[in-house]
Ligand binder design. Structure first.
Ligand code: BMX
Length: 290
């Protein structure tokens, strides 16, 4: 087994970008910055690599976990309200030019699913990962294999309840913040959780509504895939009280149909740890094929 290499892992979400030097499951160094609201992916990536220029030479490959769909190294948005990415952006080619080492790119929730499966709350059993964050992302690991492409993009689900919108438009961080507008202008999702803690009914109702819709999604995932576990992550999914609210909404469900929910053990590091492992596996495969 090749010696554990240091991988540069980046996680580009709708709200923040995280860069980490990862060795196995050890996070050697990290840097966080907001995902710029304007410009294009080339500018966002140049800004991130500029901020970690001092790490050059410390890593042998890059793993990129990104919100949106990644097809053959090209990056596109499924929901431009989560992050406005132009169609088929040349992601791996751009990062290889910036980093000068091989790159593996995958969807952020897929990467986090692998991280939780291999090293976290997934316990290396058939599992589904759900990130409730700026959007709703998901990853599926069945029989030890991470499904790719559109698999797990539960946030894009449609309903006659809101024609033209997606499920995440009525559950996730953007929606929660939007519900605060009549009560607290400019509030973020984090402010809504604080208002709920302070006893404001409008905030508690907002969180209960979001959690109830997440509970319904989990019930449908259970019927579709019957995973041993559903692991919940993301800034909303891991916010204080959210998972408990989802569990409360599931209490009336008969036990055989009720999903087994677990909080993501790796927290916000699930994506970087997962993509680092996937990138290292690909690097080892390349070296063994030489
Ligand atoms: C959206 C979609 C998914 C992503 C999910 C969570 C875009 C840009 N993203 O459903 O690919 O996994 O949001 O994204 O279409 P996050 O930014 O909240 O992590």
């Amino acid at each position: 087994m090749a010696q554990t290499q240091t991988v540069l892992a980046i996680d580009v979400g709708g709200t923040k970008m995280l860069a980490a030097l990862v060795r196995g499951t050890e996070i050697v160094d990290t840097l966080r910055m907001p995902t710029p609201g304007e410009g294009d992916p080339a500018q966002w990536l140049a800004a991130l690599f500029g901020a970690i220029a001092s790490w050059r030479g410390a890593y042998g490959s890059v793993g990129a976990a990104v919100t949106g769909i990644v097809d053959n190294g090209h990056w596109s948005a499924l929901n431009r309200k989560t992050l406005d990415i132009p169609d088929a952006f040349a992601l791996t080619e751009t990062i290889e030019r910036l980093a000068g080492v091989p790159v593996l790119a995958a969807n952020d929730a897929h990467a986090a699913a692998w991280g939780e499966y291999a090293f976290g709350a997934g316990n290396r059993e058939d599992m589904v990962f759900l990130t409730i964050s700026t959007g709703i992302g998901g990853g599926i690991v069945l029989n030890g294999r991470l499904l790719g492409g559109l698999a797990g993009h539960f946030g894009q689900s449609r309903s006659a309840e809101w024609p033209g919108d997606t499920l995440e438009d009525h559950v996730s961080g953007h929606w929660i913040a939007g519900q605060a507008a009549p009560h607290q202008s400019g509030a973020t999702a984090r402010d809504v959780f604080a208002a709920a803690r302070d006893g404001h009914d409008w905030a508690k109702r907002t969180i209960e509504t979001s959690a109830g819709r997440t509970a319904l999604l989990c019930r449908n995932i259970q019927l579709a895939l019957d995973p041993r576990r559903i692991v919940i992550g993301g800034s909303i999914g891991l916010a204080e009280g959210y998972l408990a609210a989802v569990e409360r909404a599931l209490e009336p469900v008969p036990s055989r149909l009720r999903p087994s929910l677990h909080a993501a053990a790796l927290g916000e590091n699930a994506g970087v740890i997962g993509i680092a492992d996937l990138a290292e596996r690909q690097q080892n495969l390349r070296e063994n094929q030489r």
